[in-house]
Design a protein around this ligand. Structure first.
Ligand SMILES: Cc1cc2nc3c(=O)[nH]c(=O)nc-3n(C[C@H](O)[C@H](O)[C@H](O)COP(=O)(O)OP(=O)(O)OC[C@H]3O[C@@H](n4cnc5c(N)ncnc54)[C@H](O)[C@@H]3O)c2cc1C
Length: 552
């Protein structure tokens, strides 16, 4: 057990529950604004989903959760927190996405748009023209509307829609927002492999179960663009957690690990501290901010008497994601090659490989299987070979790889496939499937380890059923309704108790945006002066409307 000395945190202004990246981001912003903050982590290591571990053989580093990221030295949070000073480094492969075809060849897109268009032109010239046009359109919508909005606490959805209607750019965005992702992609592109490639990038962001649901179209705008800017963190994802933690220490924040919070203290309607599992009580002067999902934070860590019965009821019916990732992590003697290719073929050198997704129907089929709670057959895989770009993650000459498969999750699904024997059998199916495309795979395997959704929950307590986004994406909680309309502003009905995890707007993945927005709200509520430049959604939208006025 670790006890804090006097240079630790005897009296703090704010306590963060969990050391996932969102809590670390929020803690960093507030520490620099002058708050004395303490981050409490249940596990021995920090970072939540930013985790790199030797789960196969010694020296083979596996990124069990976050692998591909969209951060760069120009990313707002990176710049604000000066993460390059704290060791954060990324690698951006030139080949970004590969769809190998079962009968040989495949489709690859690149960091360079021009190079991607050349490839698309070879499969369908009309799609290449559309892709070029839509990339330009989406770049403008993203830079001017979507990205700024994601970095600001959300407006209620009805208000947002009404405000978007008032400007030409807003109306252009709504054109893509309202339909389903599947409809948008099918309307835009003709060639099935091009459709599959874009849809895979939507699905990996957690939207597979809702691909055909109206209102998911705006994810295509985001996914198509960031599918050219994927990166990985040098040294493994855990290095990003180290950089965020180092930045926090440099600004007076502190982190305590093996410190699971069991209860949040509420006195006179205000959050005043926490009780750890070992009975220690830690007090805070101003706030508690939890990165755990609200059914845990409010439903389990807070006495029920502090909550309105209707909110308690809503939390009891909280919808966890019905899909999770089943992973097979491999230690290899060398990276495998697709049939008939040499090691330098772009197909082998892509950041993300999508195997078995050759058409939009393949994605639709997988979506329907998940909804029926069936384990996909045949497996369709998302593959990464991190050592192609970062050889330090394995012994010299060797390689690591992983294959992720979308599977149904939740009590019934896990009961069917959660035991070790059936997990191993399914892992073999996954390897067989990949071998159909890379015949040299079996000869290269030194060892493999299976990481089921339940393993995810064990590594990251409170990632319930392996739900990587801390709650499903479904029409009742898209955009500003995350996680629940009553909690969409990072605050809770308990004074001084805030939320900052992936369940809050704009959702999961390694973006840090929930943490950034929570820090903005806490700073405003509690009078810390924000040294960063948060913008209100109203301001961003008003600027678009003024432009309309000027144009008239
Ligand atoms: C298999 C898998 C693959 C993924 N791949 C990617 C990817 O390639 N790219 C990407 O961007 N995202 C990916 N994700 C999603 C990403 O991991 C999450 O979106 C991200 O980790 C969420 O961050 P967070 O800060 O909100 O919370 P988390 O990372 O969930 O962190 C929460 C923290 O709270 C701690 N905790 C829990 N209970 C307590 C308690 N009682 N007291 C104290 N601490 C507690 C946990 O141990 C954890 O450290 C993946 C997730 C999974 C599961």
């Amino acid at each position: 057990m670790v006890w804090m000395g006097s240079a630790g945190m005897d009296e703090v202004d704010g306590i963060f529950i969990g050391s996932g990246h969102n809590a670390l981001v929020a803690a960093n912003y507030l520490a620099r604004a002058g708050a004395r903050v303490l981050v409490l982590e249940a596990q021995e290591s920090i970072g939540g989903g930013l985790c790199t571990a030797e789960i196969t053989l010694p020296l083979f580093q596996h990124n069990l959760h976050v692998f591909f990221v969209r951060w760069s030295p120009n990313y707002r949070i990176w710049r604000d927190l000066e993460l390059d000073r704290y060791g954060m480094k990324i690698l951006t492969p030139e080949a970004q996405n590969a769809i190998p075809f079962q009968d040989g060849g495949g489709l690859v897109t690149f960091h360079s748009l021009e190079r991607s268009l050349e490839v698309i032109r070879r499969v369908n010239p009309k799609d290449a023209d559309t892709y070029a046009r839509i990339h330009a359109e989406f770049s403008e919508l993203s830079a001017r509307v979507l990205d700024p909005l994601r970095f600001s606490p959300p407006l209620p959805e009805e208000a947002l829609m009404e405000r978007l209607e008032r400007s030409p750019l807003g109306r252009r965005l709504l054109r893509w927002w309202r339909p389903s992702a599947l409809d948008v992609v099918r309307e835009l592109f003709v060639h099935e492999a091009v459709r599959a490639l874009v849809l895979c990038n939507v699905a990996v962001r957690g939207y597979l179960p809702v691909l055909d649901v109206p209102g998911t179209g705006y994810i295509v705008v985001h996914a198509l663009l960031v599918s050219h800017t994927g990166s990985l963190i040098q040294g493994g994802s855990a290095m990003a957690a180290r950089a965020l933690a180092a930045a926090l220490y440099a600004h007076g924040g502190r982190i305590l690990t093996r410190a699971p919070v069991e209860r949040i203290l509420v006195e006179n309607g205000r959050a005043t501290g926490v009780v750890l599992q070992d009975g220690r009580r830690l007090r805070t002067r101003r706030f508690v901010c939890s990165s755990l999902p609200s059914p845990i934070t409010l439903g389990r860590l807070v006495e029920p008497s502090h909550l309105d019965p209707s909110l308690r009821e809503a939390l009891a019916g909280y919808r966890w994601n019905e899909e999770a990732l089943f992973g097979v992590h491999l230690a290899l003697t060398a990276p495998p090659c697709y049939r008939g290719t040499n090691p330098d073929d772009p197909l082998n050198c892509a950041l993300n490989h999508f195997v078995g997704y050759e058409s939009s129907q393949d994605l639709e089929h997988c979506m329907r299987q998940i909804r029926k709670r069936e384990w996909p057959e045949p497996p369709r895989l998302h593959i990464g070979i991190p050592t192609r770009f970062d050889p330090t993650q394995a012994p010299p000459g060797c390689a690591t790889a992983f294959a992720w498969q979308f599977v149904p999750t939740g009590p019934q699904a896990v009961a069917r496939r959660g035991d070790d024997t059936s997990a191993e059998a399914y892992a073999w199916r996954i390897l067989e499937r990949w071998t159909d495309y890379v015949p040299d795979l079996p000869d290269r395997i030194l060892a493999f380890a299976v990481h089921t959704p339940m393993d995810t929950e064990q590594w990251i307590p409170r990632m319930v059923w392996g739900d990587r986004h801390h709650g499903s994406y479904h029409p009742e909680n898209f955009w500003a309704r995350r996680p629940h309309p009553a909690l969409s502003h990072y605050g809770t009905p308990i004074e001084g108790l805030y939320l900052c995890g992936s369940e809050t707007f704009p959702g999961g993945s390694f973006t840090g945006q929930p943490g950034y927005n929570a820090a903005t709200v806490i700073a405003e509520d509690l009078g810390y002066s924000p040294w960063w430049k948060p913008r209100r959604a109203e301001e961003i939208l008003a600027e678009l409307e003024r432009e309309e006025g000027t144009a008239r």
